[in-house]
Design a protein around this ligand. Structure first.
Ligand code: TYD
Ligand code: MG
Length: 442
């Protein structure tokens, strides 16, 4: 006879618990733990306890300190991570380097690739100078073959490139479609949790950020890592999204070199302030931190239809800022306007508008912004500058980059060592340009 006892379980994920907690350790849901009315546990059912078995806290270094930080301290056994990014951004390269690092540390890894053949992956490993002999490989097109290979090799890590090329014959007809992607991922997630190995799945996202298939996986996996950057430049960022084991929003920076991805310190690469006309320092958010990034502009008079072209910047915001400046008396109309961010780092933070405005006015007047200045603020259609969120990390990034003056909406009482020039209207941030003999902004 089983004894009568009260069961606690999560109403959302079904996780069973021995005592009540506010937050479900299984799915992270708050207030979802409920009593399941005095059930009788049959004697042949073995209920596991939550006794600490030592494996829960284990973190395995990936060989990339930045990735460890994004993951919340390293790779967690029996966890499943999705590595999402546009085609060509470097997902396969990163995955291969990750697998090589772990293999070199003596952890067995199985790479399942449906994107490339064994020969192609081996050739890439050779080009990257990675030892391929420690890595097991299986063609990653058939779910069944991958599952068999996992059972046979019992790896520490299963790396799947990509989840879209994996096929489960029992789930729908559309390869890479939501039903296929979901079914294959579910099978691997179940196996990973049962056998205790870690999984990293790559997933292709489309240009507008829509993770067609893989997006549906976000709530099934433990960690979502987004890999992006400007494919034309070498700069890449790995951002931690959802993370069951750590903080969200951490960012690691890489450069794509001839021998694969090298981790870099972005502060050295992106810091501006060479005092050239046409450049201004912006302080965009990057996860929970912020960066000092140089925004550049070029104003080239033309007789033809004027062009507006950007790299790294948001094209629509760039045009809006240009139009607002025009209204404020800066003559930009009969000119081609180019905008760029240094290193091609993607800036879609509206609080960088004011730096874009400063770069454009500086380019038009050929007067450089004051030495050691940076700009924060979203520019509205009327020219009024809206306050920005996350001023603290922005000012911290400014301080680290040697910025001494920030033009921006007033913050609290002081900028802790940084002089804040209060800006209400975009004009207030451009007074330095009036010193020019040619072209006045107002
Ligand atoms: P890849 O990892 O194949 O991207 P994804 O899997 O996300 O589609 O790599 C994309 C690009 O990176 C490829 O076009 C060439 C470039 N690359 C380098 O510049 N250096 C290298 O060492 C490697 C392996 C790739
Ligand atoms: Mg690839």
């Amino acid at each position: 006879m089983g004894k009568v006892r009260t069961l606690l379980a999560c109403s959302s994920c079904g996780q069973q618990l021995a005592q009540w907690v506010g937050r479900c350790p299984g799915c992270g849901g708050w207030g979802t733990i409920e009593e399941r009315a005095g059930g009788t546990a049959p004697s042949d059912v073995v209920l596991q306890t939550l006794e600490h078995d030592g494996a829960v806290e284990r973190r395995v270094p990936t060989g990339f300190p930045g990735i460890d930080r994004v993951l919340g301290g390293g790779l967690v056994p029996a966890s499943v991570a999705l590595l999402a990014g546009e085609p060509g951004i470097g997902k396969s390269t990163l995955l291969l380097q990750l697998v090589a690092n772990l293999s070199a540390a003596g952890l067995s890894c199985l790479l399942a690739s449906g994107e490339e053949s064994r020969g192609q992956v081996a050739a890439r490993a050779r080009r990257l100078g990675l030892a391929g002999d420690a890595v097991s490989f299986v063609a990653g097109r058939e779910l069944g073959a991958v599952v068999d290979a996992v059972r046979a090799s019992r790896p520490f890590l299963l790396a799947v490139d990509s989840i879209q090329t994996l096929r489960d014959p029992d789930a729908g007809q559309v390869p890479g479609g939501p039903a296929q992607v979901r079914s294959c991922a579910d099978a691997l997630i179940g196996l990973a949790k049962a056998q205790g190995f870690a999984v990293v799945l790559t997933g292709h996202v489309t240009k507008d950020g829509d993770l067609a298939g893989p997006r549906t996986l976000e709530h099934a996996v433990d960690v979502v890592l987004t890999f992006d950057g400007d494919p034309r430049s070498g700069l890449r960022m790995l951002t931690g999204g959802k993370n069951r084991f750590g903080a969200e929003g951490e960012v690691a920076w890489f450069e794509m070199t001839g021998t694969g991805l090298a981790e870099i310190d972005p502060t050295a690469l992106l810091v501006a302030g060479r005092g050239e006309p046409g450049a201004a320092t912006a302080l965009p958010r990057a996860g929970r931190r912020a960066l000092a990034v140089e925004v550049q502009a070029l104003v080239a008079p033309t007789d033809g239809p004027p062009r507006r072209q950007v790299t790294g910047l948001d094209g629509r915001r760039f045009q809006l800022v240009a139009a607002v400046l025009e209204r404020a008396g800066v003559r930009l109309g009969r000119a081609d306007l180019y905008g760029a961010s240094s290193g091609g780092v993607r800036i879609d933070d509206p609080a960088c508008d004011l730096a874009v405005a400063a770069a454009l006015v500086s380019a038009a007047t050929q007067v450089a912004p004051p030495h050691g200045a940076a700009f924060i603020g979203e520019v509205g259609l009327t020219g009024l500058v809206r306050s920005a969120q996350a001023m603290e990390p922005r000012l911290a990034a400014a301080r680290a980059a040697g910025v001494r003056t920030v033009f921006g909406p007033t913050v609290g009482d002081d900028g802790a060592g940084i002089r804040i020039v209060p800006v209400r209207h975009v004009r207030d941030a451009l007074t330095w340009a009036s010193r020019s003999e040619s072209g006045h902004p107002t």
